[in-house]
Design a protein around this ligand. Structure first.
Ligand SMILES: [Zn+2]
Length: 471
């Protein structure tokens, strides 16, 4: 045990109540929860909104405040003084602008690596990922996400891989390492029809004792005493707003909050505790697409998962909750103007994301059909010229597959056309180097300093759980 832990467990407790009392009563007035400070974290829940610029956090809170009178759960933790808070420098070994793989590896392996890899250094050195460290110390470990479960952010806590793109291999590594709950999208990397080696990964998971589920209903009714693999879509899950406006999707696809609740239920009774990563991965995808409705509603989806984690942690008293993002993306914000309030509030009437709008257009679509589609989705009337400009992009649209916008749909152009109507601007369609927001609740949260490096978080988690780093 290191000196700090000795102090924490020994002398501070030994000081007794006399000395601590003045602090405790003062603390309770301002809302600090002093009682958790001397405990070790039995469980850790890390909730990541992927690619969340500070403007995204702001807009989700503003949106909710103006629509419902109540802001976001994340900001409520600040308003009620319930969390420790810091800024975190997310630079990778190759750039001040990180990608999700290097970002997750900095937390996962405790070392900065180059963009694109997962816990593998320049000369092939491997850094043991933190969920493996916790597994070795007897805890259960899992991840849930709104993008493929084999994607960079969950993978960075779980495996070593030279490339984040090796998602078929990553699926196999999850099985070898026997993580307890893995849920999200990613059928493309598990299904025998789609994998290059034709291996049926579902069969392999089943034969190792996993419950394999593909629908919300099956997830909800699955047992809590067996490990679970949930894969609910080909790639990423649908955007929260598109799901809300489709009966079929509501029935079949769980929300991030529902997956989080299930993961907690499966792991919470384990005597040695559990660690869980929750990722709102499509916040990042929406930012890449300058897709305001996708962005705000998936950030709200993330926010509802925060509430699930907090409800559990507040009752449990032994759970450290870490809420953060891995980098900024596109840095959106509401822009000054006489109609800014009304324009921003008009987003409350959006029925679908820009992804839904643009994927429903083809080269055969007419100008009036485009007009109608956008009017239906956003309640705005574009001009014929604007609709023609959009249509021009579809003349020779590629069918290629790829990570972000493989079909080269006119996301940027549509966002520019929406801007006079919703007052939202974006600086780019890419990640940014901004220091990111980081909040912590529960035992171990007092270890957080106001400004940290991404790699510090790795060691903070181990220290909070009193796990010796002797791996
Ligand atoms: Zn990311």
């Amino acid at each position: 045990m290191n000196r700090r832990n000795f102090f924490k467990k020994g002398s501070l407790v030994a000081l007794g109540t006399t000395l601590l009392h003045p602090f405790s009563s003062l603390a309770s007035e301002v809302g600090y929860d002093m009682t958790d400070y001397n405990k070790k974290a039995k469980n850790i829940i890390v909730i990541v909104s992927d690619g969340m610029s500070i403007g995204t956090l702001n807009m989700a809170d503003l949106y909710l405040s103006r629509k419902t009178g109540t802001g976001s759960n994340w900001l409520d933790l600040y308003k009620k003084n319930k969390v420790s808070r810091a800024l975190m420098d997310m630079a990778s070994a190759s750039s001040i602008v990180t990608d999700s793989a290097a970002a997750s590896s900095s937390w996962g392996g405790g070392v900065r690596i180059k963009n694109g890899g997962l816990n593998v250094g320049e000369s092939g050195e491997v850094y043991l990922p933190i969920w493996q460290k916790f597994k070795m110390s007897g805890k259960k470990a899992g991840c849930v996400t709104s993008v493929p479960i084999t994607h960079a952010t969950p993978a960075g806590f779980c495996v070593n891989s030279k490339s984040r793109n090796a998602q078929e291999e990553i699926a196999e590594k999850y099985l070898e390492l026997k993580f307890d709950v893995m849920m999200g999208g990613g059928d493309d990397y598990f299904s025998s029809d789609k994998r290059k080696d034709k291996k049926d990964m579902y069969q392999e998971f089943t034969s190792k004792g996993y419950q394999v589920v593909h629908t919300r209903h099956d997830m909800m009714s699955s047992e809590t005493d067996k490990p679970i693999l949930g894969v609910f879509d080909d790639g990423g899950l649908p955007y929260a707003l598109d799901r809300q406006n489709s009966k079929e999707l509501v029935q079949n696809i769980p929300t991030l909050a529902e997956m989080t609740q299930k993961a907690i239920d499966v792991m919470k009774d384990h005597s040695k505790g559990f660690v869980l990563q929750v990722e709102a991965g499509k916040v990042d995808w929406a930012a890449h697409g300058n897709d305001i409705a996708g962005l705000i509603h998936d950030q709200i989806d993330h926010d509802e998962a925060i509430q699930v984690a907090m409800d559990f942690a507040e009752q449990d008293g032994e759970t450290l909750v870490i809420i953060t993002t891995d980098h900024g993306n596109a840095n959106p914000g509401v822009i000054y103007g006489s109609d800014a309030n009304d324009n921003f509030d008009s987003i409350q009437n959006y029925k679908h994301t820009n992804e839904w709008i643009l994927n429903g257009i083809g080269k055969e679509t007419s100008i009036s059909q485009i007009k109608e589609r956008i009017n239906y989705a956003n309640n705005i009337a574009l001009t014929n010229e604007e609709c023609q400009q959009l249509l021009d992009y579809y003349k020779d649209i590629p069918t290629a597959k790829g990570l972000y916008n493989p079909r080269h749909l006119p996301f940027n152009l549509l966002a520019q056309m929406q801007k006079p109507h919703n007052s939202v601007g974006w600086i780019s369609m890419q990640h940014s180097a901004d220091y990111v927001e980081l909040a912590m609740y529960g035992p171990g949260s007092h270890l957080l300093k106001p400004f940290i490096k991404n790699t510090d978080l790795h060691y903070l988690m181990l220290e909070a759980a009193e796990i010796q780093n002797t791996f």
